[in-house]
Design a protein around this ligand. Structure first.
Ligand code: SF4
Length: 384
């Protein structure tokens, strides 16, 4: 069944993930691109060519004029900095001239290649930088290793230090993104992420589904992630000088009757488009977690061959866009639906019933939301 309220206009893009590199200089044990059974990355060119870049810029510029509301382009991979300074410069130049402010340009990087030369490029075109860090060294290095199985923590913090040491680049440091290890201590993880000096922290659960339980989850009914996030929430609310913590901020906003700012929780639609290095247009790539090619449209679309407008008008895009609202009967009768939203589509997958299930993190969500409700009630009672 589909929830009626779908929020944004169907043809309005919020975010375009531009996969500018299909390979990565790290080999993180949990990566959904390389370690979830989908081998599609092998067919992609290693780097996005200038021909594709020019066509992407032209198409997105036309889309911006059409929708008349700004959207963001996130340089993604693989590892986007593998493009190198010169090609990144050409890419950002093309994108920025097609998408002037207030459109946003961002990069999600593992931080290893954050050299001064590359930072110069991001300063020139005002590109916000988000770095993946999972916590202190012992937590981060458990999974975020290179192809020689060496931990990457020291090199990542060196990259961040280069960024934050420069007065012209510091304002570009937009956030750190951590994948949760539920066996770690959230107090230590919060302290390490805050110590990076980032104005914003985001945390992601490990990927999984009903057939393949996420790392650290003993059973569908267990609440390791809900407990971990509840402890993180307590530390966060007790901090007198906190950075923003996107997931928890969004959930608290929803609990208090507001709306979320990003996908993953709540019931607002977000128009997310993925463009691969060869120009192919895909669905949200986290869908790879469900099964191989789950992120691909039946009829292949390409930015080189198809007009973006035609693609956005196609029923296939319509079905993809509304997938978040295709909720199981359990979710439709759940008292926490407006906060949880049924979870990420990829995490609802089960071979026997497809996506017609609550998220595999359902018990975790219920636990976290209950604890959040209790803590907010306590805080408002204290303030009264
Ligand atoms: S908490 Fe569970 S049942 Fe409720 S909306 Fe989320 S996934 Fe669905």
């Amino acid at each position: 069944m589909t929830l009626a309220n779908s929020g944004n206009d169907l043809r309005t893009l919020d975010t375009v993930l531009l996969k500018v590199a299909s390979r990565c200089n790290l080999d993180c044990g949990y990566c959904y691109v390389y370690h979830m059974g989908d081998e599609a990355w092998r067919d992609q060119p290693k780097l996005m060519s200038q021909r594709v870049v020019d066509r992407v810029a032209e198409a997105l510029g036309a889309q911006y004029r059409r929708q008349q509301s700004p959207f963001s382009v996130v340089l993604h991979g693989g590892e986007p900095l593998m493009l190198g300074a010169a090609r990144l410069d050409a890419l950002c130049k093309a994108l920025r001239s097609a998408l002037p402010h207030p459109c946003g340009l961002h990069v999600q990087t593992n931080g290893l290649l954050l050299t001064d030369e590359i930072i110069d490029v991001f300063v020139s075109y005002d590109v916000g930088i988000s770095v993946s860090v999972d916590g202190p060294a012992e937590v981060h290095d458990r999974f975020r290793v290179d192809h020689r199985d060496r931990g990457s923590y020291t090199r990542v913090v060196q990259g961040i230090a280069r960024l934050t040491a420069r007065a012209d680049a510091r304002p570009l440091f937009a956030g750190v993104l951590a994948v949760i290890d539920p066996t770690s201590d959230p107090v230590d993880v919060y302290a390490a992420l805050k110590a990076t000096g980032s104005p914003s922290i985001d945390v992601l659960v490990r990927d999984g589904n009903w057939d393949q339980l996420p790392f650290g989850k003993a059973s569908p009914g267990s609440t390791e992630y809900g407990d971990w996030l509840s402890r993180l929430l307590r530390v966060y609310l007790a901090d007198p000088t906190p950075p923003r913590l996107r997931l928890l901020d969004d959930m608290m906003r929803l609990l208090l009757g507001g709306s979320a700012q990003k996908e993953g929780v709540g019931t607002t639609d977000y128009g997310i488009l993925v463009i691969e290095p060869d120009g192919r247009i895909d669905k949200n790539d986290t869908l790879k977690v469900a099964h191989a090619a789950a992120d691909q449209f039946e009829r292949p679309w390409s930015i080189l061959r198809d007009a973006l407008e035609t693609f956005l008008d196609n029923p296939a895009y319509d079905r993809y866009y509304r997938q978040q609202h295709d909720l199981s009967s359990t979710c439709l009768s759940c008292p926490d639906l407006t906060v949880c939203g049924g979870g990420m589509v990829a995490h609802r997958w089960r071979e026997t019933s497809g996506f017609d299930n609550p998220t595999i993190f359902c018990a975790d969500q219920r636990r976290l939301i209950a604890n959040m409700r209790g803590l907010l009630r306590q805080m408002s009672a204290k303030a009264a």
